[in-house]
Design a binder for this molecule. Sequence first.
Ligand SMILES: Cc1cc2nc3c(=O)[nH]c(=O)nc-3n(C[C@H](O)[C@H](O)[C@H](O)COP(=O)(O)OP(=O)(O)OC[C@H]3O[C@@H](n4cnc5c(N)ncnc54)[C@H](O)[C@@H]3O)c2cc1C
Length: 306
Amino acid sequence: MENLIAKLSEQKGITLRQNAPMREYTTFQIGGPARLLIEPESVDALVSCYRILTENAVVPLVIGAGSNLLVSDKGIPGVVIRLAKSMSRIEIDGEYITAEAGVSLARLATEALSAGLSGLEFAGGIPGSLGGAVFMNAGAYGGEMKDVIVETTYLSKDGTVATVSGEEHAFGYRHSFFSEKGGIVLSARMKLTPKNPEEIRATMKELSTRRRDKQPLNFPSAGSFFKRPEGHFAGKLIEDAGLKGTTFGGAQISEKHAGFVINTGGATAKDVCLLMDFVTEKVQTLYGVTLEPEVRMLGDFSDILQ
Ligand SMILES: Cc1cc2nc3c(=O)[nH]c(=O)nc-3n(C[C@H](O)[C@H](O)[C@H](O)COP(=O)(O)OP(=O)(O)OC[C@H]3O[C@@H](n4cnc5c(N)ncnc54)[C@H](O)[C@@H]3O)c2cc1C
């Protein structure tokens, strides 16, 4: 690792941080240190840095804004590439917006509003990056990335820059080409629809109010913890099972929205896993429904999860 760090230090356009506490890079505010965290400023810098990693047989983990992650207390022994804030150029061309992976969905929705383009209203309150949203096919209030994305440029595992378009994205519920096959999303092109900005603004305001009324936004979390089981809502099952407020250490089933696990202060990944196991087992016993985490778990959980 020391040799690799020395080589990367000579590389322009990237920021390196050793032993980076992942709780600082996740909205859950949980997670041990990543041995090395790299933040590239541009696509070119990312491609060059990826080449160095490959030459050293290092496979990095890629994260965006860290809003859908549970990172192990042991951290991540290898390299994490973070694409949020940096790599955040946006170009608007008629009904099309092309944006780099690090652009936040909030900014994307605001830029679309300013350009009088409709289609991203649903995304304004999702605290992720464009790259993470494409990977997850993020969605809310009847909209999803699938509806707007026309083409995505990505860095494939072999280090070449490639594109997928239309159906090739294989978008499904919290699923995409990238969650299936890997690759680092570099940028995406979206097709929107012209609309009166006042109408767009009103919709965004209404969705933001609904979010604030329903979700525990005053606590760190990773959003809805479980996927929606077919024919059910995870939050409703958990609430019906009487599990609101159930607490393990600093992790709690939100009193406000039972689909959210919140960090009430100092929660560890272990607390969250114990809570997740407890809730999953109760719901399985009571309703015969298997809950699965929507949150992506990074790092080693082998000593906690059987
Ligand atoms: C309060 C709150 C509310 C939320 N509401 C919603 C909601 O309404 N709808 C919804 O769908 N989600 C919601 N989420 C979850 C989360 O915001 C989304 O899943 C979001 O799309 C994740 O983006 P991110 O940049 O934070 O990705 P991260 O959490 O950093 O990563 C998520 C996954 O994407 C991968 N990834 C990230 N960037 C890239 C990239 N450039 N290339 C390849 N892979 C990448 C990571 O490896 C990881 O597997 C919410 C979260 C919170 C905290």
